[in-house]
Design a binder for this molecule. Structure first.
Ligand code: COA
Length: 167
């Protein structure tokens, strides 16, 4: 199976990426308002109106995946006061290109950005919808979750948290 380590670049999202990113989100997220919320957040980010930074894994004009990083709105329960936390958000790879290394390349890059900027703790928060599609990726990368909060987002809808000390 082809992997992309030599052909992909990870770069900040650009305005011209938006329609390709939306295709990935629509293919990845069950119908509802979440695609719109995510797109609004990406547009706000491009306008410097929020503190999320979005990156794409790209080759030529194609967009293979998206991941964001932010130090805002982090649940204080997930870190100690002496820590400088940052969170990975909105991790999505085109369905037909999953399990070929794209998500790992994005996470490697964002983790390095966090280290370079002096953050001390990386946080990933996930929930039941991603049990099959997302948990295995984070578990493979960061081991067993640091925390599982059953019913956090409603009955049978747990919050699962991975953390990694990066300094
Ligand atoms: C999660 C996601 C971003 C990971 O991206 P990816 O490109 O598929 O991940 P990679 O190919 O870099 O995977 C790295 C490793 O994790 C494993 N892995 C990733 N997703 C997996 C899954 N759903 N089930 C089992 N293993 C998985 C890969 O097999 C790979 O293992 P290897 O190193 O032994 O080859 C992507 O699968 C995705 O978009 N999922 C749907 C959306 C989602 O759930 N996002 C997470 C929200 S918290």
């Amino acid at each position: 199976m082809t992997t992309f380590s030599s052909t992909l670049v990870v770069r900040p999202v650009e305005l011209s990426d938006l329609h390709r990113i939306k295709e990935i989100l629509v293919a990845s997220i069950p119908a509802g308002k979440e695609v719109d919320h995510a797109m609004q957040s990406i547009v706000s980010s491009l306008n410097n109106a929020n503190s999320v930074r979005y990156y794409v894994a790209s080759s030529s004009k194609a967009i293979y995946g998206l991941m964001g990083i932010t130090d805002s709105n982090i649940d204080p329960q997930l870190c100690d006061s002496h820590e400088k936390p940052i969170e990975l958000v909105n991790a999505y790879v085109q369905p037909r290109l999953r399990a070929r290394g794209v998500g790992g390349i994005l996470a490697d890059k964002l983790e390095q950005i966090a280290i370079d900027e002096g953050y001390t703790k990386l946080i990933i928060v996930s929930g039941s919808r991603n049990r099959v599609s997302g948990y295995p990726f984070w578990r493979k990368r960061y081991g067993e979750p640091t925390r599982i909060d059953p019913d956090y987002w409603g009955a049978t809808n747990e919050r699962v948290v991975w953390t990694k000390k990066i300094a």
